[in-house]
Design a binder for this molecule. Structure first.
Ligand code: ATP
Ligand code: MG
Length: 299
């Protein structure tokens, strides 16, 4: 494994580069990315749905000009889908094609060679010679036993394949693991990672995200959207609106030609922001009861 070449000069540089690709980070986010690069450690990103965990990995890959290799986790994901598996069908054909001329030892050696190996995302990331960012998305969905698979990879950047030996990374990839916190991850996994909690953005950052991501939106509308979403997040809801829902709502309003959100508009479009009937009812009641709050402080 080669030494770690720093990808970023400083924290401000990380933040600025991310902003260039329309990812609005705060110092907390940029700081961890900077440190992860310097320390050669993976980042475990937790936080509510739709707060930009997955997008962070994609955007970082973008700014360092690296290929994103993604392992999407799900219940039942195992080694053969995460790391590698042998191509049984091809091995079988190889055995059938063998007319009995070679010894079993020769055939066996051949069967477990590169030609019959099916590389899955984790191994692909370790073996890559070009710059890569590895994203292990929604790691909390796999069973604890599968989580253990990641340990060797995340601390040593290597993979042991019994038939082939140990495959070591030639570079330290940037690694992101994301979790929605549906279950606690193991201590062993946590210890190997830097921890980043991405919460809902503050008012100013959400306004910037909306401005960056919604073409054609005016400053005033972006500001109003961010403020109203913040109010809605303070309600006692089953599921609070995420940044993606803020963006959907803002795009909807632009499509509808809205310049200023009044109670009627907010009520009519609440279903874009919220996904449970009870939540929509609560928000609608809030909009109807406090129409003056929608206009904002200066109005
Ligand atoms: N800081 C940000 N800057 C720019 N866009 C953002 C930011 N945060 C979130 N977004 C946007 O919000 C949407 C949701 O982001 P993303 O899919 O990364 O969320 P997530 O945290 O991975 O959600 P989930 O837990 O549901 O997987 C994307 O369209 C993303 O571009
Ligand atoms: Mg995600």
């Amino acid at each position: 494994m080669t030494d770690i070449d720093a990808r970023f000069a400083d924290l401000a540089g990380v933040r600025a580069s991310l902003a260039d690709v329309n990812y609005l980070a705060d110092d907390g986010i940029a700081g961890i990315v900077y440190l992860a690069d310097r320390l050669g450690k993976p980042i475990l990103v937790e936080g509510p749905a739709g707060t930009g965990k997955t997008q962070l990995a994609k955007s970082v890959a973008d700014i360092v000009d690296a290929r994103l290799i993604r392992l999407q986790c799900y219940e039942g994901l195992d080694e053969s889908k995460a790391l590698y598996e042998w191509n049984y069908k091809k091995q079988l054909l190889r055995i059938q094609a063998e007319g009995g001329e070679a010894s079993w030892g020769e055939v066996e050696e051949d069967l477990f060679s590169e030609e019959f190996l099916l590389t899955r995302p984790l191994l692909e990331a370790i073996r890559a010679s070009d710059p890569v960012v590895l994203l292990v998305d929604e790691v909390d969905r796999v069973e604890v036993e599968t989580e253990a698979l990641l340990l060797e990879i995340l601390s040593e950047y290597q993979v042991s394949i019994p038939e082939l030996g140990t495959v070591e990374a030639t570079q330290v990839p940037l690694v992101f693991l994301t979790s929605n916190g549906t279950r606690e991850l193991s201590e062993a996994l946590k210890r190997r990672c830097l921890y980043l909690y991405i919460d809902y953005p503050d008012l100013e950052r959400e306004r910037q995200i909306v401005t960056a991501k919604v073409p054609g939106i005016g400053e005033d509308l972006a500001d109003q959207v961010a403020r109203i979403v913040r109010t809605v997040r303070q309600l006692d809801l089953k599921k609070h609106p995420s940044v993606s829902e803020t963006l959907d709502w803002a795009r909807t309003l632009v499509l509808l030609g809205v310049d200023q959100i009044d109670a009627e508009t907010a009520i009519d479009t609440a279903n874009v922001l919220l996904k449970y009937r009870t939540d929509i009812e609560k928000a609608v009641k809030e909009f109807a009861d406090n129409p003056e709050e929608l206009a904002g402080p200066e109005a």
